[in-house]
Write a protein that binds this ligand. Sequence first.
Ligand code: FNR
Length: 192
Amino acid sequence: MKTLIFAGSTRQQSYNRQLAHAAAQLATAAGARVSHIELADFDIPLYNADLEAKGTPPDVMRLKQLMFEHPAWIICAPEYNGSYTALLKNTIDWASSPVKSDPVWKDGFRSFSGKVVGLLSASPGGLGGLRSLSHLTPLMMNMQCWVAPKQFALARAFEAFAEDGSLKQDAHRAGVQAVVDQVLWAAQKLHA
Ligand code: FNR
């Protein structure tokens, strides 16, 4: 199953990027064909309809295509002020904006519709960024995605990772694994 994994942070030492890496390893071991992307590698400005009227940025088109090609996604979402990051929202807004001049991409939901989406979060705090997921869930459902009911929030992320980037605790690995397994299971059902 082609699985797209990304984090909603571009910070060098981002816990969510580390969590995405751990999820990618577990998903690969579970048989998924993983594309682990970094949003930092996409040159996407703040959404502005005037800018868009001059042409959708090439990296937005590249991201739309990548999303379209992957039936399963895992998003690692940091929590800022009790919600998901502006980076994630901006990325989703651009990726969902219809390209009116293009018959293939004039449907804004084309990249999102029917995707099976697993949600993870990591935070130095005690709730692990859980409130980010409580906001991201209805957003992704609004995008016509199927959001896996199993979610995992990694608390005290500053002490959770080993030197090689793996999760130290069995319970944390099991939490990520449960989400990965449910995403792959549901994607097989919906996209076989
Ligand atoms: C935060 N952080 C944070 N953490 C949390 O658990 N709940 C919150 O509501 C917030 N709010 C918040 C707001 C803003 C503006 C910033 C910059 C940070 C802390 C946040 O979890 C921490 O910076 C993480 O390290 C961010 O994720 P990455 O970049 O490590 O993936």
